[in-house]
Design a binder for this molecule. Structure first.
Ligand SMILES: Cc1ncc(COP(=O)(O)O)c(C=O)c1O
Length: 367
């Protein structure tokens, strides 16, 4: 059996560090926020080349408070992509604003920067690119357009811890960057978690208040806030795991390079890493027009795969009220029909990669 993600293998490798870290929280009783969260905020912000880190209880909450700090609210529009996890669009909805979609670039699955200008209206407040699968969107044109139109840029870096764009770390390129620490992410908590990083002290201050009931001092609520605090145990676990993140990221990149070379010349479409990017391979997705049959055949051989994501957000029932229809974003729709995510985690062995690729090459030869 080859799992899609192997959280157990990773836990086994750090069990001696993570146990005492959790015990430390039990001893100190700093269950929510507290010194481990503060230390983790500093360390993860530094890792992401940003000045401030604001720990929250999920990546979705990170997006929500970042949008609020940018002043996004009812009547506003936020430009984003339909080929993403639904949370990106849900966070915009939570603010009362409307998501306006642009299609993706077929090579990278990230925002098609040539489509942005046509989507800007007098109501546009922000651009929200998604660094899908761990590869940053093409940020320079996005920043240039945003500057010209006075828009805030918020990066959805939920899948892109440690990814780089022209040497700059994901999350620190735009005005704010939002991360998820969902367990299966490249840096995953043992529960839920998220963080916004920013270089802007005003945004940082607002978000610190918003995540903790809008108060800077206890019971002095100056903003209408939320209970989005990051738990102490998650801060302690994430601090331990952050120390290993570079080594795990390099292991993912090696696993991706192994897939690339084993599948080269086969006619199977493998991911394209752009010259500007350090791709961190949260997901390694191939493309095939025979996806359902391939996924079933692989499953039959004990090889677990995933689909990220089968339905673009503009075609989800929950967001039908945005008024889009099939055919509006053909690149996203085609990607949603063709992508197939192969097993990808730092501990993936060479022999596991070979088994996966041998099965794929056989399927390709048969079709
Ligand atoms: C692109 C993207 N944005 C946002 C999120 C939301 O993060 P969370 O699940 O931590 O709320 C996720 C992950 O789930 C994601 O993959």
């Amino acid at each position: 059996m080859i799992p899609f993600v192997d959280l157990k293998a990773q836990y086994e490798s750090i069990r001696d560090e993570v146990g005492p870290a959790i015990q430390g929280i039990l001893d100190s009783c700093q269950f929510t926020l507290g010194s481990e969260v503060v230390a983790f905020e500093k360390e993860f912000a530094a890792y992401s080349q940003a000045e401030h880190g604001i720990g929250v209880n999920s990546g979705t909450s990170a997006l929500h408070v970042a949008l609020l700090a940018a002043g996004v609210g009812p009547g506003d529009e936020v430009i984003t992509v339909p080929f993403t996890f639904v949370a990106t669009v849900a966070a915009v909805y939570y603010t009362g604003a409307k998501s306006v979609f642009v299609d993706i670039d077929p090579r990278t699955f990230t925002m098609d920067v040539t489509a942005i200008e046509a989507a800007i209206t007098p109501r546009t407040k922000a651009i929200l690119p998604v660094h899908l699968y761990g590869q940053p969107a093409d940020m320079d044109p996005i920043l240039e357009i945003a500057r010209r139109h006075g828009l805030t840029v918020i990066e959805d870096a939920a899948q892109a811890h440690g990814a780089e764009y022209k040497g700059r770390r994901a999350g620190s390129i735009g005005d704010m960057g939002c991360f998820s620490f969902y367990p299966g992410k490249n840096l995953g908590a043992y529960g839920e978690g998220g963080m916004v990083v920013t270089g802007n002290p005003e945004y940082a201050r607002t978000m610190r208040m918003l995540r903790d009931w809008g108060a800077e001092k206890k019971y002095e609520h100056v903003l209408k806030g939320y209970n989005y605090r990051l738990e102490g145990i998650q801060g302690a676990v994430l601090r331990v795991k952050l120390r290993h993140l570079e080594e795990w990221t390099e292991a993912r990149r090696s696993a991706a390079a192994r897939y690339d070379s084993l599948l080269a010349g086969s006619g199977i479409t493998t991911p394209e890493a752009m010259p500007y990017a350090r791709h961190v391979y949260h997901v390694y997705a191939i493309r095939t027009t025979r996806r359902a049959a391939w996924q079933a055949a692989l499953q039959g051989q004990g090889i677990h795969t995933g689909i990220h994501y089968p339905i673009p957000v503009h075609l989800l029932g929950a967001y039908a009220d945005l008024g889009y229809k099939a055919g509006d974003f053909p690149v996203s729709e085609r990607a949603a029909n063709e992508v197939l995510s192969l097993p990808m985690f730092p501990e993936l062995t060479a022999s596991q990669s070979e088994t996966v690729c041998a099965a794929l090459l056989k399927l390709q030869a048969e079709s």
